[in-house]
Design a protein. Structure first.
Length: 219
């Protein structure tokens, strides 16, 4: 498959693990230059090394995106390195279980910073560069915005916000030929998902129960 991504510079937040890591490696396999933006430099560099070992190109920027100022710093670091940005994949986030009954204001706001505020900030600061390249934005979201989950008010609200931002930006940025789309994830086996399932009394049985609801297709 050729997605016409050769040498395209694409930022992937949360690109060191889970879904983000998968996106980074697929992009690199298509000839793009993914930029891993994540809080732990060691994890970022590990993924970059794996991409390079497979013959691809990648770069990394250490940034704790719950700190608003770091979004601008991350974008500036990419522009300093490459001088252009062709795409932004907003992916970083965590289903942190801040609920209505057991949460509080401080936890709720902190969760929004983990899960949706940096989506806005990364897009805001990358926008001038995306205008120049007529680039694209992809927001990774979760089914919890539509289905709920129980005990995760902040994460559900953040994902509802991601969906709304996707629609809003698609309209606002149409005049610049910037495409904006969302990918809504249901169940996906990631380190965070594994951590959650292992907190349950019978994680093996729970995983079997979840997988039994999947519709598998084979060729």
């Amino acid at each position: 498959m050729d997605l016409l991504l050769k040498d395209k510079v694409i930022i992937v937040t949360g690109g060191a693990k889970g879904i983000g890591e998968g996106i980074v490696k697929v992009l690199a396999g298509e000839g793009a230059i993914p930029v891993v933006v994540g809080r732990a430099e060691q994890d970022n560099k590990k993924v970059v090394a794996e991409v390079e070992a497979a013959g691809g190109k990648a770069f990394q920027v250490e940034a704790e995106l719950t700190v608003p100022a770091n979004a601008e710093k991350a974008v500036k670091a990419v522009l300093q390195k490459y001088g252009k940005i062709h795409g932004l994949v907003n992916n970083a986030g965590v289903n942190d279980g801040i609920g209505l009954e057991n949460g509080n204001y401080e936890q709720f706001i902190a969760s929004l910073h983990k899960n949706v505020v940096h989506y806005y900030l990364m897009a805001h600061f990358a926008l001038p560069a995306l205008k120049e390249t007529k680039g694209a934005i992809v927001n990774i979201g979760s089914k919890t915005a539509e289905t709920g989950q129980g005990g995760t008010s902040a994460y559900a609200a953040a994902n509802g916000g991601r969906n709304a931002l996707t629609r809003e930006w698609a309209v606002e940025l149409l005049k610049y030929n910037i495409r904006v789309n969302a990918i809504i994830v249901a169940e996906c086996w990631t380190p965070l998902y594994e951590k959650w399932i292992n907190t349950l009394s019978d994680p093996i049985q729970k995983r079997k129960e979840i997988e039994s609801k999947f519709h598998w297709e084979t060729e």
